[in-house]
Ligand binder design. Sequence first.
Ligand SMILES: CCCCCCCCCC(=O)SCCNC(=O)CCNC(=O)[C@H](O)C(C)(C)COP(=O)(O)OP(=O)(O)OC[C@H]1O[C@@H](n2cnc3c(N)ncnc32)[C@H](O)[C@@H]1OP(=O)(O)O
Length: 220
Amino acid sequence: MFGHVMEDLTPEEIAAASQLYAPLADRVRELVAATVLTEVPAPDVAKAIQLIEEATALLGTKAVEGSFGVRWTPDGKRRTWGNAIVGLRNPIAPPLDIRQRGDLTYADVVIGPQYEGPPTLVHGGIIAAMLDQVLGDAAVNAGVPGMTGTLRIRYNRGTPLGPIRVQSAVDRVEGVKTFVSGQVIVDDAVTVEAEGIFILPKAVRDLGDNPPPGILAPGD
Ligand SMILES: CCCCCCCCCC(=O)SCCNC(=O)CCNC(=O)[C@H](O)C(C)(C)COP(=O)(O)OP(=O)(O)OC[C@H]1O[C@@H](n2cnc3c(N)ncnc32)[C@H](O)[C@@H]1OP(=O)(O)O
């Protein structure tokens, strides 16, 4: 399917790539936060711009075109390393390390200053994006995956920057629709509630009972 790329990599090669690129994304993430907060004098900002331009040019000498897509190996292992919320290679991603415990899907994450909306609070759109991902992963983990058809969010109170939990669970399944609910939790209090309907797209339904291995599996 479009955007899905098969790669014949061994687990060792995938581990090596993870060890190579995760620190790169981590450093750029730190750079983004430093860019938001720095108060160094103008010559130092100019120097930083030059260094960043050099790094960007270096990384650009060999790169994939377009987007990273979903990479998978013949054993069905899937990598969504470009994903905006969980992508191991994506400095835009907080990133969320989404886990599963029983029926609960959750991520504990520290939200930095680059995600500010109202002063000292997490931007509502960033909250929506994290909930979208975590609710979607609950559907995947329950074996009833789908794309977000509808996502309804109620912001009960501001969510402070810093440590938060985003969690979700499947409520029910009706045909091709999976109904999922979730919350953002700070210090044991729910700040945001969400309900989503995740739909197995017609294009995947049309593949029948045997879609390619990995296409519906959780990414990492
Ligand atoms: C394959 C899974 C991979 C996991 C990915 C994790 C994703 C992470 C979260 C995301 O960011 S997803 C990106 C944001 N979402 C999108 O871009 C979705 C864009 N919309 C679509 O692709 C299609 O509109 C959609 C797949 C949601 C539905 O298209 P279909 O052609 O499969 O729907 P169809 O018309 O056949 O309707 C099937 C059922 O869903 C219902 N439905 C359709 N669109 C809906 C909608 N938007 N909201 C709620 N229900 C909807 C529809 O009424 C019907 O209900 P019934 O079965 O009861 O008759």
